[in-house]
Design a protein around this ligand. Structure first.
Ligand SMILES: [Zn+2]
Length: 126
C-alpha cells in the first residue's frame, strides 16, 4: 500500500492511536447506516514534493497524514470523508461541493460533512 504523496508510518503504539481516530470515523459511518467496504487505512507524512497534501484516497484505500489528525476532529472528519469519496465512490473533485473541493481552507461542519457524505453514499458513486 503505497502512494507517492505520503510516506507511510511504521505501525507502533503511537501510530496505532492515530489510526484508531480514523477507524472510529469508519465505525461512525456504520452507525449512520452507511455501508462501506473494507477500507485499508494508512497513516503517514506528506512527502516534500507534496507537502500540502493532507490525505489521499483511491481504490478502497485511504492515506491520512498525521498533520490532518492533529488539526482536530472537524478537520479530520472532512479529510477522511473526502478521501473515502475518492476511495469508495470513485468521485472526482468538485469545486461546487464543500466536501469535494480540491483545496481545503475551512472544513465542513460535522453535521454538514456527514450529510454530504450520506448523499454520495446513497447515490453509490458516479
Ligand atoms: Zn481529493
Amino acid at each position: 500500500m503505497r502512494t507517492v504523496q505520503i510516506t507511510n508510518h511504521k505501525m507502533n503504539g503511537e501510530v496505532y492511536k492515530l489510526r484508531k481516530q480514523v477507524i472510529n470515523i469508519l465505525y461512525q459511518a456504520k452507525d449512520f447506516e452507511i455501508k462501506l467496504p473494507r477500507i485499508n487505512v494508512r497513516i503517514g507524512t506528506a512527502t516534500k514534493k507534496h507537502k500540502n497534501v493532507l490525505g489521499v484516497g483511491g481504490n478502497k484505500s485511504i492515506w491520512i497524514t498525521e498533520k490532518a489528525i492533529n488539526k482536530g476532529y472537524e478537520y479530520l472528519l472532512h479529510v477522511v470523508l473526502h478521501e473515502l469519496c475518492h476511495a469508495v465512490y470513485d468521485l472526482d473533485h468538485n469545486e461546487k461541493c464543500k466536501l469535494m473541493r480540491s483545496v481545503l481552507d475551512k472544513p465542513c461542519g460535522i453535521t454538514e460533512a456527514w450529510k454530504i457524505f450520506k448523499k454520495y453514499s446513497m447515490k453509490g458513486g458516479k
